[in-house]
Write a protein that binds this ligand. Structure first.
Ligand SMILES: Cc1cc2nc3c(=O)[nH]c(=O)nc-3n(C[C@H](O)[C@H](O)[C@H](O)COP(=O)(O)OP(=O)(O)OC[C@H]3O[C@@H](n4cnc5c(N)ncnc54)[C@H](O)[C@@H]3O)c2cc1C
Length: 151
């Protein structure tokens, strides 16, 4: 991978407004957080201006409302294990990072699984009912991958 660039400050007013609403625990603007969210397994880095780790669905609503008002590009990210650069923020802006949203619910009657976007494929397989050993979510690295494109 090439050299590390500092987070691009293309929408400073919008980022400040988001920080004021959600706080620095949710809205990360430090170089390490931005760099970690700048690439996936394709390893082409595009620095975002901020990384949002929402605590609630309302946090996502606040983020998207401000992004629309200020025309800030938004990229959603799971674990970043994709191989196509799809979650790299090529236009900068904000990354919504949902790796920590990993709840899994499986209805024992219908066998319907309801999972959050950060759920790890292997954990879903583990939680599937005993008589349904496979969910067919058998990524070659299911211990790491999340739901976005394996589902
Ligand atoms: C060695 C290796 C083997 C792999 N094997 C497989 C395989 O067998 N099967 C397979 O399907 N994939 C495979 N992959 C690809 C990848 O790991 C999976 O596609 C995985 O599901 C991606 O999950 P992620 O959370 O890391 O997504 P990310 O890489 O973070 O994102 C992938 C895409 O989903 C979007 N996205 C992420 N979260 C959300 C969300 N909440 N809402 C809307 N969009 C969202 C991103 O913007 C991006 O476009 C493999 C990758 C590697 C490196």
């Amino acid at each position: 991978m090439g050299g590390v660039s500092l987070p691009a400050q293309t929408h400073p007013a919008a980022t400040q407004a988001l920080l004021a609403k959600l706080g620095a625990e949710v809205v990360r603007t430090d170089e390490a957080s931005c760099f970690a969210a700048s690439f996936d397994n394709m390893r082409l880095s595009f620095m975002p201006e901020a990384v949002i780790r929402p605590a609630t669905e309302d946090d996502i609503g606040v983020t998207l409302k401000l992004a629309n008002e200020h025309r800030v590009p938004v990229t959603v990210r799971g674990r970043g294990t994709g191989t196509t650069g799809a979650c790299a923020p090529i236009k900068g802006g904000w990354v919504i990072h949902l790796d920590h949203w990993d709840q899994i619910e499986i209805d024992p009657v219908s066998a319907m699984a309801t999972v959050q976007p950060g759920a790890i494929t292997a954990h879903i397989n583990d939680r599937a009912a005993p008589d349904r050993k496979s969910t067919r979510l058998n990524s070659s690295h299911s211990g790491e991958s999340r739901m976005p494109s394996s589902a």
